[in-house]
Design a binder for this molecule. Structure first.
Ligand code: CP3
Length: 350
């Protein structure tokens, strides 16, 4: 597989060294959703911003919440504070967050709606988020990696079609069955804007990007190839064409035994692993191909206690002999005690 040619030195952040295939005695660590509601300082800024989306589009406050977990815990990487759904919003789809209920969009159900959304596509709508990237870059220490992200086309597409999160991604899967040409047009639109968006994030200062495919597990092998691997491959190609040195992490959550095929097919540099995946399989069939990130269960972090210590040891034992970034298998839960995050860092770093 082609690997980017970016060279690393001992001055390179540990996070990027691990993504470049180095095995480190102490794995770098960050947590998905590390900027979030479990932190009182986040809740304070979030209240000041008024809403989640106003926070995403306020560069000063978004940079502040991106940096909060770095200051408090000294994680090895910061992740841009934003959301995967700002891409459909920039395309002209209405987006709002119903308090306590998650995202809502005006669904795209036919070609006319897609054409309207296309016409709504405007350069510059994501500029405030790129300004956040620049601000974070300017304040981040050299030892800390900086991660940008987008949603994978399949996952973003499920929200665009249904207008909300769905337990089984039924509306998008029904559209695939009824009108694959329309669904392909939606995917193509997301691919094009995601390439531009990730390239702009890298230009503005992130070192690595993560492509979140949270609903990859909902598709059978053939649909997974067409709707997850192929669009992600195009994004990887489009980013590499402009930024060959950028590291790209894929997160095909729930794809299980199809992950080796995803790695070969997309060309990502590393993959994030969900907690449900078998550790022996992940080490032998996945970490033998690329560096891995994960895969502590967020429920175990929230519960704490002896189980937390023993699970951290088990995750380290499973993946510590190869290139590895310690993380959760999914986002940190809002009611996770801060003391448990502190214990995690002690246990990971020894
Ligand atoms: O990891 C980070 O700290 C970076 C920021 C980030 C957010 N969302 C902030 C957020 C990232 C990388 C995401 C990705 C995202 N967003 C995904 C893919 C990863 C995953 O969780 O599966 C998805 C599917 C979304 C869409 C989304 N955004 C949902 C379903 C929700 C509601 C669920 C929830 O946790 O409230 C959001 C809201 C959201 N995105 C919040 C945050 C901090 C909570 C908003 C708040 O503060 O009220």
């Amino acid at each position: 597989m082609d690997q980017p040619s970016g060279k690393t030195t001992s001055a390179t952040p540990a996070f990027l060294r691990a993504l470049s295939g180095e095995k480190l005695a102490v794995p770098p660590v960050w947590l998905m959703r590390q900027a979030g509601r479990y932190l009182p300082e986040y809740r304070e800024v979030r209240a000041k911003a008024g809403s989640f989306l106003s926070l995403c589009y306020n560069p000063e406050l978004a940079a502040e919440v991106t940096l909060q977990p770095i200051r408090r815990f000294g994680f090895d990487a910061a992740i841009l504070f934003s959301d995967i759904l700002v891409v459909p919003q920039a395309l002209g789809q209405k987006l709002w967050f119903a308090e306590g209920e998650g995202p809502r969009l005006e669904p795209v159900a036919d070609a006319a709606r897609l054409a309207e959304i296309d016409r709504g596509a405007g350069a510059g709508k994501l500029d405030p988020i790129l300004e956040t990237v620049g601000r974070v870059r300017a304040s981040l220490g050299k030892e800390t990696g900086f991660i940008g992200f987008c949603g994978a086309p399949w996952t973003v597409g499920t929200y665009m079609v249904a207008g909300r999160g769905t337990p089984d991604q039924g509306p998008a899967r029904a559209l695939i069955a009824q009108d694959p040409v329309l669904f392909q047009a939606i995917i193509d639109r997301i691919v094009a804007s995601s390439i531009d968006y990730l390239n702009a994030q890298i230009t503005a200062g992130v070192d690595a990007v993560q492509i979140f495919d949270s609903w990859a597990g909902a598709l059978g092998p053939e649909d997974f190839r067409r709707w997850c691997i192929e669009p992600t491959r195009r994004i990887v190609e489009g980013v590499r064409a402009v930024h060959p040195q950028a590291r790209i992490i894929g997160f095909p959550r729930g794809a299980g035994e199809l992950i080796p095929e995803y790695i070969r097919g997309t060309g990502v540099d590393a993959v994030s692993l969900e907690s449900e995946i078998d550790r022996d399989f992940a080490r032998e069939a996945i970490q033998s191909l690329v560096p891995v990130q994960g895969h502590l269960d967020p429920l175990i972090l929230r519960a704490g206690g002896d189980d937390l210590e023993s699970e951290i040891s088990a995750v380290k034992a499973a993946f510590g002999s190869g290139p590895f970034v310690f993380n959760l298998g999914h986002g940190i839960l809002p009611d996770t005690p801060i003391a448990h995050v502190e214990r995690l860092l002690k246990a990971v770093r020894g």
